[in-house]
Design a protein around this ligand. Structure first.
Ligand SMILES: [Zn+2]
Length: 333
């Protein structure tokens, strides 16, 4: 666990915005379509602001994993939290959020990357089947009261931060917020909401992360608390229910009376996309023992399903034989 460094990184990322970056108002002329994330600051308060619309990627994830509405909701909140967190730098960055819980959903795993790609899976996709999630959902009955949030943050090649917190409310977003507060020691407000119709279809998924940076004025704490209230009281849920088309609409909502102080850093598209391919599957098979490989060859093929994206790979008998022949002759007994 590392306590102090991420706070200074948060500061660096805000300073990375050169003074001649376009003002917030100048980007309003080109509204983004599809899932996207907006990074900015509320300059007057020295607050870092990240907002994201993730409707399509959350729906994509739910369909891939045949997730129940409850599992889709939990995974969706995890995916949104992941993309919000993977924004400390402009360089290569990876955030893994793993939730282990004692309830029927058991947990979820999410991998989010600085380039806007994210992947993830629910640990028990069919749990909570039949539950109506079309109102503002509570996940605690599905995730269970006891659980942990484990976060690994990789920033470039040298820096890696890791921390773990116990559940605060089992609502995913509040627990990830607690991780930021307790483990990384950054005053933060983080909220993720999914709006679902009675059939379990996701009609809007949105998220907000607001973090105070060093040397903030006294009003910052007050506004941060105000944002937390918006996120927990259902105001942000109601905002997402209006199906905003742009993350900037969410940014304005969160800035409230400080809207004129919003400054744009960057915007990036978001997408559910896995890192797996046949090459990685072959590499995994190469790690198996020769005995296990021989068994697969005898079975005639190997079927491997990627946990993250549920894509199924079929490796033919010929490919397995070729793979086996390419291996050094180890454990030949
Ligand atoms: Zn995959």
């Amino acid at each position: 666990m590392s306590n102090s460094e991420p706070a200074s990184l948060a500061a660096e990322s805000a300073q990375a915005s050169p003074p001649d970056e376009p003002a917030f108002s100048s980007v309003l002329i080109q509204p983004a379509l599809g899932d996207h994330l907006f990074r900015g600051t509320i300059r007057a308060l020295n607050l870092r602001l990240v907002v994201a619309l993730c409707t399509d990627l959350c729906q994509d994830a739910a369909l891939r994993h045949h997730a129940s509405p409850a599992a889709a909701c939990a995974l969706g909140r995890g995916l949104v939290a992941g993309v919000l967190l993977a924004t400390l730098t402009k360089t290569e960055e990876r955030v893994t959020i793993q939730i282990q819980a004692n309830g029927p959903l058991r947990g979820l795993t999410v991998d989010a990357y600085g380039d806007g790609l994210v992947r993830g899976f629910p640990h028990a996709p069919q749990a909570g089947l039949g539950a109506d999630m079309s109102k503002r959902q509570r996940l605690a009955p599905f995730l269970g009261r006891d659980g942990v949030v484990h976060v690994v943050r990789d920033i470039g090649v040298r820096d890696r931060y890791e921390g773990q917190v116990s559940f605060v409310t089992a609502e995913v977003d509040e627990d990830v917020e607690a991780y930021l507060r307790n483990s990384e020691q950054i005053p933060s407000a983080l909220g993720c909401e999914l709006i679902m119709d009675p059939a379990g279809q996701i009609v809007c998924a949105g998220g907000v992360l607001v973090q105070s940076m060093p040397d903030s004025p006294p009003e910052t704490k007050l506004h941060l608390r105000e944002v937390q209230h918006m996120l927990r009281s259902g105001d942000f849920f109601d905002m997402c229910k209006t199906r905003p088309r742009s993350a900037q609409d969410l940014a304005r909502f969160i800035a409230g009376p400080y809207e004129s102080s919003l400054e744009f850093i960057d915007q990036r598209p978001l997408r559910f996309q896995c890192r797996c391919d046949r090459g990685r599957i072959a590499a995994m098979l190469r790690g198996m023992s020769l005995t296990d490989l021989d068994e697969l060859i005898a079975e005639g093929k190997a079927e491997v399903t990627c946990n993250y994206c549920a894509v199924r790979y079929e490796i033919s008998r010929d490919e397995l034989i070729e793979l086996r022949q390419s291996l050094p002759q180890r454990e030949k007994n």
